[in-house]
Ligand binder design. Structure first.
Ligand code: FES
Length: 107
């Protein structure tokens, strides 16, 4: 398997209802993960980049959180409708989607 140029981690962490930290799962992060899978398929990115579901990556109340390496870019409050823009601008175009980027005091 070739080493991916970029690796997208979609937080799909769940926690019990009422947990003080909340979780990305309560903000429908599985739908964001599905949207990434579809976008990877549509753009034939599987041999170049990788997307994985992950556990908690930090800022739980602003989820769903998406973290992209190797540049360590964190996106917050990502919806399925945002995924195509992240894929086309960031993964394909190499440009950060500023409107979704985590503020410096968070990441
Ligand atoms: S649960 Fe997703 S960042 Fe913590």
């Amino acid at each position: 398997m070739p080493r991916p140029e970029k690796h997208v981690f979609v937080c799909t962490q769940s926690r019990p209802q009422g947990h003080p930290r909340g979780s990305c799962s309560q903000f429908n992060s599985s739908e964001v993960m599905d949207a990434f899978m579809l976008a990877f398929q549509d753009h034939d990115l599987w041999g170049k980049h990788k997307v994985s579901a992950s556990g908690c990556v930090g800022p739980c109340f602003t989820g769903p959180s998406v973290l992209i390496y190797p540049e360590s870019t964190m996106y917050l409050k990502v919806t399925p409708d945002d995924v195509r823009e992240i894929v086309e601008k960031h993964l394909i175009g190499g440009e950060v989607v500023e409107r979704l980027k985590a503020p410096d005091d968070i990441w």
